[in-house]
Design a protein around this ligand. Structure first.
Ligand code: LLP
Length: 422
């Protein structure tokens, strides 16, 4: 995370000390680096320069409009999974002909919205969905461009909650039924089959699952072309991992070196759906220590951010480094649980973490929080969602305001009868 660094003992994002952001914007807040976002996008994009391709940024990783607008300006498309994500992507100026729509439960209205927007294609996850898309497209007098998402039954060796390409998963169409599904799709009057898609999981730290999955996809593509089904796009999904602590995931260039020879064989345009690798290490969650609490069993550092702001530690037992914003090189180390104010024992940001001693009022940076951080935040315990700040050089911009108490109750209605019986 080279744009997040110490200068002397103060922690900076680009040229802005995080302490200044805390003073100006209050805590907790997410802080993203414009330089990192831009560099990561281009590093990924350039790695695949040898094949015609579209990088469709996975909006679920970070859906802030400013981030999406930046992706659009870098030339990105979007991988979306809901009507809401389509709305955001279009709003941010991502060209519809670079938008691909995945997800096992697309509603008819979402399908109609996508057809009306003329997106590039749907990544279809079942035969039942294919029929609904055909009906909706028929009703609108349109042809729907689709890729079928196949489930290649490859073990991505990642957390089970983010593993998507094994037989037991809800995603995609089983590889051994794929041919049948493609035949069926090709026969539907309002479906135009143009692609094969596979995405095997997230936070992958080796190239082998990508290669294994791709080999199946390419064999299928060859087979389909031979049957006269004109496959134009091969989509290898997202999933490239990042370093949270001591993982050593392949660089995009290493992934490209392993898959480009296979992709060339496919003789298709390639779609890639990276999320985490672009935004994960482009953001931190900035939080302030409220209290220290010593018990017989442990010492807790209670901070103002919680599981509702960053769910990953609670949900996946995920590791995020926690760094002091003001470093004291001589500080002794202690072992803490870093926890939030939410009323759940599972509300922690780090457990049994050995780090320099901290006191109430100190600022901490929860690292690698740019992907699946804010997008998975909730209002649990009626906590307003935190602001998102974009740093560019020496400036910082609020790209999402902190929610207010009024925001919390927006849309709620108390029926008249409850007033009359009060
Ligand atoms: N394409 C599809 C079809 C996906 O389902 C996903 C992620 C991606 C692309 C992007 O994957 P990435 O490059 O970001 O790994 N909330 C979890 C991650 C869930 C990933 C869901 N699908 C986490 O915080 O680790």
């Amino acid at each position: 995370m080279r744009d997040f660094h110490y200068r002397d003992d103060a922690f900076f994002c680009e040229d802005v000390p995080l302490e200044r952001i805390a003073k100006e914007r209050d805590t907790p807040c997410y802080v993203y680096s414009h330089a990192t976002l831009t560099r990561h996008f281009h590093a990924f994009d350039q790695a695949f320069a040898a094949v015609p391709h579209i990088v469709a940024f996975a909006v679920k990783a970070n859906s802030n409009l400013a981030v999406l607008q930046l992706m659009a300006s870098c030339g990105s498309g979007a991988d979306i999974v809901s009507g809401g994500e389509l709305f955001r992507a279009l709003h941010a100026g991502i060209p519809p002909n670079k938008i691909v729509f995945a997800g096992v439960g697309k509603r008819a209205e979402e399908i109609a919205f996508a057809l009306k927007s003329d997106i590039l294609l749907f990544n279809v996850e079942s035969s039942a969905e294919l029929e609904v898309i055909n009906d909706v497209a028929g009703g609108m007098g349109r042809q729907a461009r689709v890729a079928l998402r196949i489930n290649p039954d490859v073990d991505p060796h990642t957390h089970p909650y983010i593993s998507t390409g094994m037989k037991k998963s809800k995603f995609g169409i089983a590889a051994d039924r794929a041919n049948e599904a493609f035949q069926k799709a090709a026969a539907l009057s309002h479906i135009h089959v143009i692609g094969v898609h596979a995405h095997v999981g997230s936070q992958l730290t080796h190239v082998s699952p990508f290669v294994d999955s791709l080999k199946r996809v390419i064999a299928l593509t060859r087979n389909l072309k031979a049957q006269g089904i004109p496959i134009r796009y091969v989509n290898i999904g997202g999933g490239l991992g990042i370093t949270y602590s001591n993982e050593t995931p392949p660089h995009p260039n290493e992934l490209a070196a392993a898959v480009v020879p296979l992709l060339k064989e496919a003789d298709c345009d390639i779609i890639l759906e990276p999320g985490r690798v672009i935004v994960g290490n482009a953001g931190v969650l900035l939080t302030r220590v409220l209290y220290r609490k010593e018990t017989d069993a442990k010492t807790f550092v209670i901070v103002d951010a919680a599981m509702n702001d960053l769910l990953r530690p609670s949900l996946y037992d995920a590791h995020h480094d926690v760094l002091p914003v003001h470093r004291v090189p001589t500080a002794p180390e202690e072992t803490y649980d870093v926890v939030g104010p939410v009323c759940e024992s599972g509300d922690f940001l780090a457990q049994n973490r050995t780090m320099p001693t901290v006191k109430a009022g100190d600022l901490l940076a929860v690292m690698s929080a740019g992907a699946y951080g804010f997008t998975m935040a909730s209002n649990y315990n009626s906590r307003p969602r935190v602001p998102e700040i974009l740093v560019k050089g020496g400036e910082n911009f609020v790209i999402r305001e902190r929610e207010t108490f009024e925001d919390l109750i927006r849309g709620e209605r108390v029926p008249e009868f409850l007033y009359s019986t009060a």
